[in-house]
Design a binder for this molecule. Structure first.
Ligand code: ADP
Ligand code: MG
Length: 461
C-alpha cells in the first residue's frame, strides 16, 4: 500500500470513530508529510490543533493506524521545513534503494504545486500587508515585466505563502505561463538527488536534464522560505545558477523569506545582490482591525458556517498573538465547542471557556522571543546568557542550555535551524537532540518537570 492510500484509509477509519463535526474540524484539514516504518508524520497544523489532537484524540488515532497498518506507529507533527531538513540529514529512514530511481524520476516531473485555495480574493488586506499585497498583485498582472525578483519577507504566519500561491493562481488563470511553486527544501532535495552519482553516466545525465527542465523551462519560479538555503552551500550555488538563467530569460522569480535580505547571514553577497535587484516587500504583524476582518472572513467561509458576536470576535483578535494560524485554530475550536455543547450562540463566557488553554498559553508565551527565554532560564539557574550561547560543557550549563532550547521549541514558532543559530550558531541537530532528550526525561523526572513549570511561570510574570 502506498502512503496516500494508508493515509486515506486512516482518515476513513477516524471518520467512522468520531462525530462528523469533530472529523471536519480537526481531521479533514490535516496533511500527510510521510509514513515510515515507525512514524506517521503530519504537517504541523498549529499549536491549537496539535493540542486538541494530542489531548483528546491520541488513542483514537493510534487505534485507527493500527487497524490500517497492523503496526503501532508514533504520530508526530512537524513543520514541513524542519521535516525535510531532517530527512536530508538522515534523521528519518532513507529512501528504499530498490525503487530509488523511480521515485527520483517521479519527483522531478513537472507539477505546479499551486494551492487553489490561496487566492487574492480570500486574502484580507489591512495596513500591515497592503504594500505586500499590491506588489504581489502587480507581479501577478505583469509577470517578468515589472519587479524581478519580488522578495517577500516577514515573520511566520503572516500570509506570505498564501500570497505566493495567490500570484501563481492568478497567473495560471490569466495566461498559459508555466508556474512552479516550490519549498526551498524541495529544491535542496531535488538537487541532492541530481548530484548523487549513483547510476550510469547516461542515467546521471538524464537526471541533470530532468532537474534543469523542471527549474529552468518555466516562466515563473516561486520559491518559499529561502532562508533554509543557509545550511546548504552547494544547493545555494545551484540556486544562484537557476536564478541567473531565469532572470536572463526575463522569467519572473518570486522569493519569500522569514527575514530581510541583510539578515540572510550565510548567503553570499553574489546572491544577496541579486535579491536586491527587484522589489522587496515586507509583511508586517496584523493589527487588531485586520485580525477582526480576517476572523469575519474565515467564519463566513468555513465549511461549517459560524455566527459570532462582535465581542467574541474581539476576544479572539485580542488573544491570538500575531500568527494568523492561531486565529484560524481558535475559530475551529469554537466551531467544535458549539457543536459539542449544543449551543445556539456563543457568548463571550463560552468563548473564554472554550479557548481557555489557548488564550493563556498564547497570550503569555507567544511573543516571547528566544532571547527572553534565554534570559529567564539563565536567571533561574544563576548562569549568564553567554554561558547558554557559549561552548562550555559543564553538566550544569549543558543542561540549562538544553532546557532553554526545548522551551524555545515549544513556546515559540521558531524552527530548529533558527534556534540553533540563536544559540551560538549550533547545528539544528543539536536542538533536535535537546528537544527530544528533555521531552523524554520529562516523562520520568518529576524534579525537571517542576523546574520547567517554574520557569514557564516566571515567563508569564
Ligand atoms: P507564512 O507563509 O507567512 O508563514 P501563511 O501564508 O502560511 O503564512 O499563512 C498562515 C495562515 O493564515 C494561512 O492559512 C493563510 O491563509 C492565513 N492568512 C494569513 N494572512 C491572511 C490574510 N491577510 N487573509 C486571510 N488569510 C490569511
Ligand atoms: Mg510560509
Amino acid at each position: 500500500m502506498n502512503q496516500n492510500s494508508i493515509w486515506n484509509d486512516f482518515l476513513e477509519h477516524i471518520n467512522q470513530k468520531v462525530s462528523y463535526v469533530s472529523y471536519a474540524t480537526w481531521f479533514k484539514p490535516l496533511e500527510l508529510l510521510k509514513i515510515t516504518d515507525n512514524d506517521l508524520i503530519i504537517k504541523n497544523p498549529g499549536k491549537v490543533v496539535v493540542d486538541q489532537l494530542t489531548s483528546y484524540y491520541k488513542d483514537i488515532m493510534e487505534e485507527a493506524l493500527e487497524e490500517v497498518t497492523g503496526n503501532h506507529l508514533n504520530i508526530q507533527f512537524k513543520d514541513e521545513k524542519d521535516f525535510i531538513d531532517e530527512t536530508n540529514n538522515s534523521v528519518m529512514s532513507p529512501p528504499k534503494v530498490d525503487n530509488y530511481m523511480l521515485d527520483d524520476e517521479e519527483a522531478l516531473k513537472f507539477k505546479s504545486n499551486i494551492r487553489e485555495d490561496y487566492t487574492f480574493d480570500n486574502f484580507v488586506v489591512g495596513e500591515s500587508n497592503r504594500y505586500a499585497f499590491q506588489s504581489c498583485l502587480e507581479v501577478a498582472q505583469n509577470p517578468g515585466k515589472v519587479f524581478n525578483p519580488l522578495f517577500l519577507y516577514g515573520k511566520s504566519g503572516l500570509g506570505k505563502t498564501h500570497l505566493m500561491h495567490a500570484i501563481g493562481n492568478y497567473i495560471q488563470q490569466h495566461s498559459n505561463l508555466r508556474v512552479l511553486y516550490i519549498q526551498c527544501d524541495d529544491f535542496v532535495t531535488d538537487f541532492i538527488k541530481m548530484s548523487k552519482n549513483t547510476g550510469s553516466v547516461e542515467e546521471n545525465l538524464k537526471y541533470i536534464e530532468l532537474f534543469k527542465h523542471k527549474y529552468r523551462d518555466i516562466d515563473v519560479l516561486i520559491i518559499d522560505d529561502i532562508q533554509f538555503l543557509a545550511n546548504a552551500t552547494a544547493s545555494r550555488q545551484e540556486f544562484t545558477n537557476t536564478f541567473s538563467s531565469l532572470y536572463n530569460n526575463e522569467k519572473q522569480i518570486i522569493i519569500c523569506s522569514d527575514r530581510s535580505v541583510d539578515d540572510l547571514k550565510m548567503f553570499e553577497d553574489r546572491l544577496k545582490t541579486r535579491f536586491n535587484w527587484g522589489l522587496k516587500a515586507i509583511v508586517n504583524i496584523p493589527d487588531y482591525d485586520l485580525k477582526v476582518k480576517i476572523i469575519k472572513n474565515k467564519i463566513k467561509t468555513e465549511e461549517l458556517m459560524l455566527n459570532l458576536t462582535d465581542d467574541v470576535i474581539g476576544f479572539i483578535a485580542s488573544n491570538s498573538g500575531s500568527d494568523v494560524r492561531n486565529l484560524e485554530g481558535m475559530v475551529r475550536r469554537l466551531v467544535f465547542w458549539k457543536a459539542m455543547m449544543h449551543l445556539n450562540t456563543i457568548t463571550i463566557d463560552d468563548a473564554r471557556e472554550a479557548l481557555d488553554e489557548y488564550t493563556t498559553s498564547i497570550g503569555t508565551y507567544y511573543d516571547n522571543s528566544i532571547n527572553k527565554i534565554k534570559n529567564v532560564v539563565a536567571e533561574y539557574y544563576e548562569l549568564k546568557v553567554d554561558d547558554l550561547n557559549g561552548k562550555k560543557r559543564s553538566k550544569e550549563i549543558a543542561n540549562a542550555r538544553m532546557i532553554a532550547m526545548y522551551l524555545c521549541r515549544i513556546l515559540t514558532d521558531e524552527t530548529y535551524p533558527r534556534i540553533g543559530l540563536e544559540f551560538g550558531g549550533r547545528d539544528h541537530s543539536t536542538v533536535i537532540h535537546a528537544y527530544e532528550k528533555i521531552s523524554e526525561d520529562l516523562k520520568t523526572d518529576q524534579n525537571l518537570d517542576n523546574q520547567i513549570s517554574e520557569i514557564k511561570k516566571k515567563m508569564g510574570e
